[in-house]
Design a binder for this molecule. Structure first.
Ligand SMILES: N[C@@H](CCC(=O)N[C@@H](CS)C(=O)NCC(=O)O)C(=O)O
Length: 251
């Protein structure tokens, strides 16, 4: 997807300016005396819904990690040291010891498989329960992300003096039509019943869409969200680790 790169070219709002890869201090907040050294490095970009998903998953499981932020404006994702991790030059990637992985959905599955004894499962329950979580992840990535991207392109990646109200409204309504499908899929307070990878996949996509409303309040997106989606978002936002994952430049 192009949205972060375009954004970097047109505005510095969403993919914020942060120190480059090499300058960043490690986040050892979960490491206690006597713990083994941190093996996992999380390379991310602020405001990327794909990176946000992985960050929430890392926190959910309580896996120690070192966090390194990439600056879109500095072109960090296209620098050789990052392209060595992700040849697509897209945020994000992890390095776990000598194992490197990109694509957020694959990373979340890896974390659950590689760290089965850490925290709660990201794909909890029976084979069928886990299949339903995977189905929701696929639906979010295929349908919600596509609609969200059209909205983001029409609002955040278009200069305000070039905004096309019809295009913005159409993108908003397309996203709302997709989100209207989701309340019927809920299996409990969270999407799959217990918290799961499905929640961490969908939440950042909807949050980024709502970011468009902050730029263009006429969208009135939040008030049009299905009530169940609004309540579910609050259920994610009350998680103790949630605040630290909120994009710093959105505060
Ligand atoms: N399918 C990828 C999507 C990654 C992606 O699109 N990342 C965006 C940031 S939100 C990016 O790096 N875009 C820059 C580009 O396309 O050049 C994943 O889930 O990790």
């Amino acid at each position: 997807m192009l949205h972060c790169r375009r954004h970097a070219a047109q505005s510095l709002d969403r993919c914020q300016e942060e120190p480059g890869i090499a300058e960043l201090p490690a986040d050892f907040s979960r490491v206690r005396a006597g713990d083994p050294p941190v093996a996992l490095t999380f390379y991310y970009g602020a405001g990327s819904p794909y990176a946000w998903r992985v960050w929430l998953a890392l926190e959910h499981k309580g896996i120690p990690y070192e966090r390194k932020v990439l600056s879109f404006a500095e072109g960090d994702p296209k620098k050789p040291e990052f392209v060595a991790l992700n040849p697509r030059g897209k945020v994000l990637a992890i390095a776990d010891g000598d194992f490197r992985l990109y694509e957020s959905a694959a990373i979340v599955e890896y974390l659950d498989d590689a760290y089965p004894d850490y925290g709660k499962r990201l794909f909890p329950g029976s084979v069928r329960d886990r299949a339903l979580v995977r189905r929701m992840v696929c639906e979010a990535d295929s349908y919600v992300a596509a609609a969200m991207n059209r909205l983001v392109r029409s609002v955040l990646f278009t200069k305000p003096d070039e905004w096309n109200p019809e295009r913005m409204t159409a993108a908003r309504d397309e996203l709302l039509a997709e989100l209207a499908r989701w309340p019927a899929a809920f299996r409990g307070d969270y999407l799959a019943g217990p918290l799961s990878a499905a929640d961490y996949t969908l939440y950042p996509l909807v949050a980024l869409a709502l970011r468009c409303e902050k730029k263009q309040p006429d969208l009135a997106l939040r008030e049009r969200l299905p009530q169940r989606i609004g309540a579910w978002m609050q259920g994610v936002e009350i998680l103790p680790f949630f605040p630290k994952t909120w994009p710093a430049h959105w505060k």
